[in-house]
Design a protein around this ligand. Structure first.
Ligand code: NAD
Ligand code: 3PG
Length: 526
């Protein structure tokens, strides 16, 4: 039974999906105090949140079984994604479900800001009839500067064009092709800031975008500019905005989000030029249904070990590529495990070489699997999510290359590991209809099924060495299932690769290593 903890209000349409799942126990506790969350998360398998719950490193550390954190929405700035990645916890979001709602909300704010609608309404319900004070401005022919032209920014741009606005956008990751397709002009941040009549931000809140609009930016703006933030508090420096409004530089601002939420008695909210909503961008029935359904479906997939999408801490793999790589996954993991177990010592670097039909594919997911296999030799909590992160954290160099040398196979994966003790190279292939095989170790050709208990013995190619190994294992009741011998020169260095029916205890391995002409003995468990 999987415990799914829900700590922010989620649409019942999503929760019902989990309710119908026989392997899920739902614990729905919104407004948990931080201490109570630390307790409740301990035995949870998944956590579902919106933007309110602060999923800090402390919360993630307290979790003993957590496999996934689902964000029913876009922004994950309330989740310590690095801490989750370090612990191998998948973080997913629901990026598409609230785009239209947030774009429409931004547009509602834009019009309300241009025509002073909230202020006029307040005045009217106070019993006044003031038509002079609330004279607004038209949107037609005004320049709208959009900072961040992703999903929401693009929808805002389309609506602005319908209102005959002159749309300019700054987004460092926007290609000229996309800008042309949307029908807007791409510009530098400075041009957007200096020439726009309205400026709206639609970036995530990151180290790069925090206070992207600060006092220096306000200085460069056109007098009378109007500012909108329906993305994240903190992209605009609230102190600088306050000064810019008070000085008369900025004519008005529309804010849906704040650096601290709720903002409390914020000085910006006391200014008549500021209109605001309490983070309502995604608050429509449609958006909430969309994001809750999306995230609940995906969380079930993750818990059940099925393919899923929208992971924030994993690169997304197109379904077609996943299909092509799937047969190689187990070989890749076993090559990683084999290489490091056969080598021992502190891992310094891993080089993976792909040949044959693999050269035409994006093999990064396989390299990640190889790393997972290798690191699982000495780390207990390594998984597909944190393998690359843990390797980086430990300063392990990971290199991927593609070559045409196939040695007669249609596909070939070669893993070279370098530890503080030695270097080892292991190659494997997927044989058509016969499954995976390890076909080479350090240049010695072999043919071994990568599974079960294996013994890798390095010896000198002398008469009697093989017999002595067989006799000693037999004496201790260890049955040899298969044995392969590889050598380069007669009488020189050689290897034996044995698969045995049960684990070989350390004292027997030591006895084997003391036999005449035997040099090293490594046990490998796959
Ligand atoms: N108010 C709300 O209720 C609400 C609802 C949904 C989303 N949001 C916020 O809106 C943000 C945008 O959502 P989205 O779905 O459009 O995301 P998105 O990922 O589709 O778009 C973000 C865009 O910002 C751009 N960007 C990143 N760094 C930038 C920088 N330094 N300068 C300029 N552009 C930069 C990216 O290239 C991308 O195109 C989310 O991150 C979230 O914080 C708020
Ligand atoms: O990033 C988002 O999706 C929005 O800010 C919505 O946040 P919410 O789920 O708390 O409304």
């Amino acid at each position: 039974m999987f415990k799914v903890l829900i700590t922010d209000p989620l649409s019942p349409q999503g929760i019902d999906i989990l309710r119908r799942a026989e392997d899920v126990q739902i614990v729905e506790k919104t407004d948990l105090a931080p201490e109570a969350l630390l307790k409740e998360i301990e035995d949870a398998d998944a956590l579902l949140v919106r933007s309110q719950t602060q999923v800090t490193a402390e919360v993630i550390q307290a979790a003993k079984r957590l496999k996934a954190i689902g964000r029913a929405g876009v922004g994950v700035d309330n989740i310590d994604v690095d801490a989750a990645t370090g612990k191998g916890i998948i973080v997913i979001n629901a990026p598409d479900g609230n785009t239209i709602s947030t774009a429409e909300h931004t547009f509602a704010m834009l019009i309300a800001l241009a025509r002073n609608i909230p202020q006029a309404y307040q005045s009217l319900i106070r019993g006044e009839w003031d038509r002079k004070r609330f004279v607004g401005v038209e949107l037609r022919d005004k320049r709208l500067g959009i900072i961040g032209l992703g999903r929401i920014g693009t929808e805002v741009a389309k609506r602005a064009k319908a209102f005959h606005m002159d749309v300019l956008a700054y987004d460092p990751y926007l290609t000229p092709d996309r800008a042309e397709k949307i029908g807007i002009r791409q510009a530098s941040l400075d041009e957007v800031i200096q020439t726009s009549d309205f400026i709206t931000v639609h970036t995530p809140l990151t180290k790069e975008t925090r206070h992207l609009i600060d006092s220096r930016a306000f200085e460069k703006m056109k007098p009378g500019v109007r500012i909108l933030n329906c993305a994240r508090g903190g992209i605009i420096d609230e102190g600088a905005l306050l000064e810019a409004i008070q000085s008369g530089k900025v004519a008005g601002a529309a804010l849906d989000v704040f650096e601290t939420e709720p903002p409390g008695d914020h000085p910006l909210l006391r200014l008549p030029q500021v209109i605001a909503t309490p983070h309502l961008g995604a608050s429509t029935r449609e958006a909430q249904e969309n994001v809750a359904v999306d995230v609940c479906v995906e969380i079930l997939h993750i818990l059940r070990g099925e393919p899923f999408k929208n992971a924030v801490n994993l690169p997304s793999i197109p379904a077609e590529l996943q299909e092509k790589l799937r047969p190689y996954q187990s070989l890749a993991e076993n090559l990683g495990r084999f290489a490091l177990q056969a080598t021992q010592g502190a891992l310094c670097s891993v080089t993976v070489t792909y040949s044959g039909e693999l050269t035409g594919l994006d093999t990064a997911p396989l390299t990640r699997t190889i790393l997972k296999g290798a690191l699982s030799t000495y780390l207990s909590d390594v998984n597909y999510v944190n393998a690359t992160f843990l390797a980086k954290e430990r300063g392990i160099r990971v290199t991927e290359q593609k070559v045409s040398d196939l040695r007669g196979f249609t596909n070939l994966i070669t893993v070279e590991v370098v530890t503080d003790r030695r270097r080892r190279t292991v190659s494997g292939t997927l044989l058509n209809g016969l499954g995976a095989r390890i076909i080479n170790i350090d240049g010695y050709s072999i043919d071994v099924l990568p599974r079960g208990h294996l013994l890798l013995i390095q010896h000198r190619d002398q008469p009697g060495a093989i017999g002595r190994v067989g006799t000693l294992l037999g004496k201790h009741g260890i049955n040899i299932a298969t044995m392969q011998v590889g050598r380069r020169d007669v009488g020189g260095q050689a290897i034996m690769m044995l698969s045995v029916d049960k684990p070989v205890p350390p004292e027997i391995r030591q006895s084997l290593a003391r036999l005449e002409n035997i040099e090293t003995v490594q046990e490998i468990d796959l």
